[in-house]
Ligand binder design. Structure first.
Ligand SMILES: [Zn+2]
Ligand SMILES: [Zn+2]
Length: 155
């Protein structure tokens, strides 16, 4: 099994993935569109992380279900983790901290966390291309909860 190791820009925080991700999520919610991604998801605890929490700070937003973690020195967001981890809780890793070859190899699905809470490839064409009319806000623009994860079709 290939070992994927990544780090923040300055190297103070290192991450080692337990397996090759098959899909990533590119989310447009209020937070993700600022801090980037794409995100890949693993069972909480499965990713080997060094330099955390010694070299990191975190940000807790919105519905307070999780914290995004970034390096104290270079500011790169490395991952997010649940505030109240349960059995089989997931957490997200920012794939941007890994080699360009890996980022290029993992297909990213665009997730409409800002609005419909669906992947754009699941939306009917008329929903994904609004013609100026206001979209109903079905959820607050915070995809960072447990729902911000790959869809049920993930292998
Ligand atoms: Zn750093
Ligand atoms: Zn998001």
């Amino acid at each position: 099994m290939p070992m994927h190791q990544g780090s923040c820009h300055c190297g103070a925080v290192k991450l080692k993935l337990p397996s090759t991700p098959t899909v990533a999520t590119d989310c447009n919610c209020s937070l993700c569109r600022r801090i980037g991604g794409p995100w890949v998801y693993f069972e909480f605890g499965a990713v080997e992380i060094t330099g955390h929490p010694d070299n990191t700070t975190s940000y807790i937003q919105g519905d307070r279900t999780l914290r995004t973690v970034h390096c104290k020195t270079c500011g790169c967001t490395t991952h997010w983790e649940p505030l109240d981890p349960k059995k089989h809780s997931k957490h997200g890793v920012n794939l941007g901290n890994f080699a360009p070859e890996l980022i290029a190899a993992v297909p990213a699905r665009k997730f409409d966390g800002a609005n419909t809470w669906k992947f754009f490839d699941e939306l009917p064409a008329n929903e994904s291309t609004p013609k100026g009319e206001a979209q109903p806000r079905v959820q607050p623009p915070t995809c960072y909860g447990s729902r911000c994860k790959p869809g049920p079709r993930q292998a």
